[in-house]
Design a binder for this molecule. Structure first.
Ligand SMILES: *Cc1c(COP(=O)(O)O)cnc(C)c1O
Length: 678
């Protein structure tokens, strides 16, 4: 459909007419009523809105999307799921090592579309879900990573060995190839990109929004160009990194034109997509008036420190892009006049009037790092999609108490109302029971390792990065043993992937393995497990089932963090340093806050990890938490009058704020400023 037809309605025929190989491959899955088992109507409505000039629309660019279709928006296939698109077996490394050799964790489910690496992607995915819930006219743009991120193997129990991941987009439920092929020139010839579509539905399936995914694996491309959209974040040199960012930014803008969408705002989720600005510039008829760029580009910065931002030598950029693009990049993307580098963060800061950090604390840190832009840096705290991350048992609980709580699924902000139930003995009991259901659900998956549902269980699971201090809880195991002897047994569950090029991250995994090994003789009082291949499925399972969620980044290096938000909506208590989103919940008694606090205008060093003093602080709060836990549940007897249950209620009440429903409303109020049509 072309732009000139933009006030015409978008029909079923228009829709299937645009799909590549529709007759051969998709006519069983898509018809006038249904799209992979979901209603088709919301898709046609969403497409139509994007064509209409009278409705303000937004294009949202992100390098990665964690959509978690195994737990939300699970499309159906008439034919069986292909083997390549299923989950694997997962190994476990534990101090009950005999089990590790005999057993695996088996999950026979749809593989999540492997186009994300971690929290940034999960946030992008949750954003799209809330956009669908709230009915904004928005299209997402990303890359179809043909080999995903990577698959983690605990090879012979010696640590992490990355392996290429295989999956099949052509048989993945809900994913469709369009006939549209976009192209642009690089220094090494033209690149062709197939446009794919995926749809994200609202929780009630009444609304939907499209996601465009670009794919260079086409016969028209020369051989090595076909690999450009292979692996996410696995580019080892500048050329490769730059061209991938070009595909997202320039290819993304071209795909919007190819589809004929009428777009008013361009939202860059992180600096990766900043080359979109150059493409917009090329389209301007009056190159002296940059207002159409400045007023309509929006930038969300997720990176806490300057070293983490994308920077490329101008000569490297000139090896990828044609000269007029390089000139524009120099004009827009330098940190200072003298600089010989293009910095994508500066390109975004220079050209977007609206910029946001992802938590209040991150806003402070960003203003310290970019004083020249302090005026325009706003803070909009991240969130999670409540419907995706709340467990079945908690959804049932919230539904049972709907009269007091309200329509939490339509608007999670009403979860604040659980406070009204804090003196209701039946609610307190139901709440703890719902938690135990989740805990037993996790324990049944790892039943071979014989964990118990009345033993204090704590989890650390996230990307393995040095500043997140993955091994902190195992730093002084003699303290841990003492605690287990004096207060009661402990179960510790861990998971996380280190970026394959991150050598320090790999060392951290080895350290965890070594420490776990040292606890072999203590398995009756301390049971420690690390699970292979942390992903969104495990992310949901772990955040909703353990008693305490551990989060111990070195302040102020965690821009926001979101896994704790997934935990609080399920009443899981927080044990955390004061950083990222947590700073905004310091006084709400959602668990235990410990360790080093960042103050002042000196950011400090990311490598000064403060492991000794902060692990001591951690063991102190661990003791408090364990004592309270064993007052609440002991030998199967439960006491729902303790402060533990109050803290669980405080957690749920805070999730009224830390969700993407509130975040997307804030994006609109402060950044997009568009009207919405529902
Ligand atoms: C939520 C999530 C993250 C983000 O966790 P942080 O605590 O923000 O680091 C990373 N990976 C997966 C798979 C997740 O589900």
């Amino acid at each position: 459909m072309s732009g000139s037809q933009n006030e015409k309605s978008f029909s079923y025929e228009d829709f299937v007419g645009g799909i590549e190989s529709f007759q051969e491959k998709y006519q069983n899955e898509i018809n006038e009523k249904e799209y992979f088992g979901f209603p088709l109507k919301p898709i046609l409505a969403a497409e139509e809105r994007l064509y209409r000039k009278s409705i303000p629309s937004i294009a949202y660019f992100s390098m990665e999307y964690g959509l978690a279709p195994s737990i939300y928006n699970s499309f159906q296939l008439k034919k069986p799921l292909s083997e390549q698109n299923k989950f694997y077996q997962h190994e476990v490394f534990s101090n009950h090592w005999l089990c590790d050799y005999i057993f695996r964790v088996e999950i026979n489910k749809l593989l999540d579309i492997p186009i994300y690496g971690g929290g940034l992607g999960v946030l992008a995915g949750d954003t799209l879900k809330s956009v669908a819930d709230l009915g904004f006219s928005l299209v997402g743009i990303g890359i179809l990573w043909g080999k995903g991120y990577f698959k983690q193997n605990f090879w012979y129990k010696h640590g992490q060995v990355p392996e290429e991941l295989q999956w099949d987009p052509w048989t993945y439920p809900g994913l469709i190839p369009l006939k549209n092929i976009v192209t642009f020139n690089t220094k090494e010839g033209p690149i062709y990109l197939r446009v794919w579509k995926y749809y994200v539905y609202s929780f009630d399936k009444k609304q939907a929004m499209p996601l465009i995914l670009l794919d260079s694996n086409l016969p028209q491309n020369k051989e090595y160009f076909r690999q450009l959209t292979g692996q996410l974040y696995r580019s080892d040199n500048a050329w490769w990194k730059i061209i991938q960012r070009t595909i997202l930014g320039i290819g993304g803008m071209k795909s919007l034109d190819s589809l004929g969408y009428s777009i008013d705002r361009y939202h860059l989720n992180e600096g990766h997509a900043a080359f979109a600005i150059l493409e917009k510039y090329m389209q301007l008829s009056d190159k002296n008036n940059l207002e159409p760029i400045r007023n309509n580009f929006i930038f969300t910065c997720h990176t806490p420190v300057a070293a983490g931002h994308d920077r490329f030598a101008i000569s490297d950029v000139a090896n990828v892009l044609e000269p007029h693009y390089v000139q524009a990049a120099e004009m827009f993307g330098k940190e200072s006049y003298q600089s010989g580098e293009i910095n994508l963060t500066y390109m975004a800061l220079n050209n977007c009037n609206k910029v946001n950090a992802v938590a209040q604390k991150h806003g402070e840190v960003m203003r310290i790092q970019f004083p020249g832009y302090a005026q325009k840096i706003q803070a909009i705290t991240n969130g999670v999609h409540a419907y995706t991350w709340s467990s079945d048992s908690f959804q049932k609980l919230f539904d049972k108490y709907k009269a007091s709580i309200g329509d939490w699924d339509k608007n999670p902000c009403c979860l604040e109302n659980v406070r009204k139930l804090s003196k209701d003995a039946q609610f307190r009991k139901d709440l703890f029971d719902a938690h135990q259901v989740n805990k037993r659900n996790l324990l049944s998956l790892i039943r071979r390792w014989q964990l118990r549902d009345d033993v204090f269980t704590i989890c650390w699971a996230r990307r393995i990065a040095n500043y997140k201090r993955p091994a902190l809880v195992l730093h002084k195991i003699e303290h841990l043993i003492e605690l287990a002897r004096e207060v009661g047994p402990i179960q510790i569950i861990m998971a996380g992937k280190a970026h394959p090029n991150d050598n320090i991250g790999g060392v951290r995994i080895d350290e965890i393995f070594d420490q776990i090994d040292k606890l072999n003789h203590y398995k009756e009082i301390i049971r420690v497990l690390i699970l292979e291949n942390y992903d969104t499925y495990f992310g949901k399972l772990l955040t909703n089932s353990v008693d305490v969620w551990l989060n111990n980044p070195l302040p102020p290096f965690e821009a926001s963090g979101t896994s704790g938000m997934k935990a609080i909506i399920n009443g899981v208590l927080q044990m955390t340093t004061s950083d990222g989103w947590v700073v905004e919940a310091e006084n709400d008694d959602i668990g235990w806050i410990f360790g080093y606090r960042h103050q002042g205008t000196d950011i400090g060093s990311e490598s000064d990890l403060r492991l000794d003093e902060d692990s001591d602080a951690l063991y102190d709060v661990l003791e408090q938490a364990m004592r309270l836990y064993y007052q609440t549940i002991k030998n199967g007897r439960i006491n729902c009058e303790t402060a533990w249950i109050d803290k669980m209620i405080n957690c749920i009440a805070k999730s009224a704020f830390f969700n993407t429903h509130r975040m997307v409303e804030e994006y609109n109020a402060k950044m997009w400023q568009t009207a919405r049509e529902r």
